[in-house]
Design a protein around this ligand. Structure first.
Ligand SMILES: [Zn+2]
Ligand SMILES: [Zn+2]
Length: 338
């Protein structure tokens, strides 16, 4: 088969690789239905995150099980399955309290921008759908593997409740689906921070009630204007830079919550400012596995349509164009069809 490999900054290749095989008896091999490029793939693509030699890419996946190892019990060949970007046994004490993305046996997935994928800890990691879903549901189902699960965790970690006032920092796929998640959780007011017209439009479709185009101190001042000088109950930080993190903390009301899911790049917090900000901070790699059954259900029942974040669809062998389009912000998120 051919798969996607990053060689260095902006050097992505779709090249011949060995077919994945069962390595551990708890593995499964799946045939990819659809996969995609993630915003987080852009950090190494842009050379902002060092790589250790040629790196197989891709961690968002869904497809049909081809083969399972001898110790796999619940997952069967022929099932359509979705898994998180982080593998989990789903049985250890950390998994049992719902933090599967910090499972003692966690591995971060890669190699998914390919037609075949080995998934470790298949029983704990994968969630089957009832039957094989229709083709038009595939983009939305794929989002549950990471971006929707991550946006949902951001909203959950930020304690979004019916009636909440919510701010979402970041207008990438995760931020946009953070808006959708906050809407599902009953937020009354959702302020999306975005200066990109196309993304503002989608944010409104997903449930944003206000758009703030300013950033930094001006952005915070706008949020204060909109919230009677108090700040928001819940703020979703979906970027991971120093500026976005500070914008999130400073936009939160005293006693409010920041849910941070942007992978931090150079973020440092000042202890004194944090102390007097009086906010709850909760975040990290989203425990997508915890939310998968619920999110799959919402998609299959037509309650949500998160697949709208894919505004570019390409054949898998044109994956390099998917990276380019996202890097140049011509696309929010690129769907890849094997
Ligand atoms: Zn991702
Ligand atoms: Zn575990």
């Amino acid at each position: 088969m051919k798969g996607t490999v990053l060689y260095g900054p902006r050097d992505i290749r779709f090249e011949e690789r060995e077919d994945p095989k069962i390595v551990e008896p708890t593995d499964a091999i799946i045939r990819m239905a659809v996969t995609c490029v993630c915003g987080s793939d852009l950090w190494p693509y842009r050379g902002l995150q060092p790589i250790d030699g040629p790196t197989p890419m891709g961690h968002e996946y869904c497809g049909v099980v081809e083969e399972v190892g001898s110790a796999v019990r619940s997952i069967k060949p022929g099932q359509f399955v979705i898994g998180s970007f982080a593998t989990s046994d789903n049985t250890c004490p950390t998994c049992q309290i719902g933090y599967q993305s910090s499972c003692t046996h966690r591995e971060f997935m890669s190699h998914a921008q390919a037609p075949l994928l080995r998934v470790p800890l298949a029983d704990g990691t994968l969630v089957p759908t009832p039957g094989v879903p229709k083709d038009d549901l595939l983009p939305s189902l794929l989002t549950t593997s990471d971006v929707l699960g991550t946006g949902w965790f951001a909203a959950d970690a930020a304690n979004v409740k019916p009636g909440s006032t919510v701010v979402v920092v970041g207008d990438g796929a995760v931020g946009l689906l953070g808006v959708l998640s906050a809407r599902q959780m009953g937020a009354e007011r959702i302020i999306a921070m975005s200066r990109h017209e196309q993304r503002q439009k989608l944010a409104r479709e997903f449930g944003a009630t206000d758009i703030v185009t300013e950033r930094g101190d001006e952005g915070v001042a706008r949020i204060m204007d909109l919230t009677h000088g108090l700040g928001a109950d819940s703020v979703l930080e979906c970027v991971g830079t120093q500026d976005s993190m500070m914008q999130a903390i400073r936009s939160t009301r005293k006693g409010g919550y920041v849910g941070y899911v942007g992978v931090p790049h150079g973020v440092e917090l000042n202890g004194e400012e944090l102390f007097f900000s009086h906010v709850h901070l909760h975040g990290g790699p989203a425990p997508v596995r915890r939310y998968l059954p619920k999110l799959i259900d919402l998609v299959l029942n037509g309650k949500i349509n998160p697949g709208k974040v894919f505004d570019l669809t390409l054949p898998l062998d044109q994956v390099a164009e998917g990276y380019r389009a996202m890097d140049e912000r011509r696309a929010i998120k690129a769907l890849l069809r094997p």
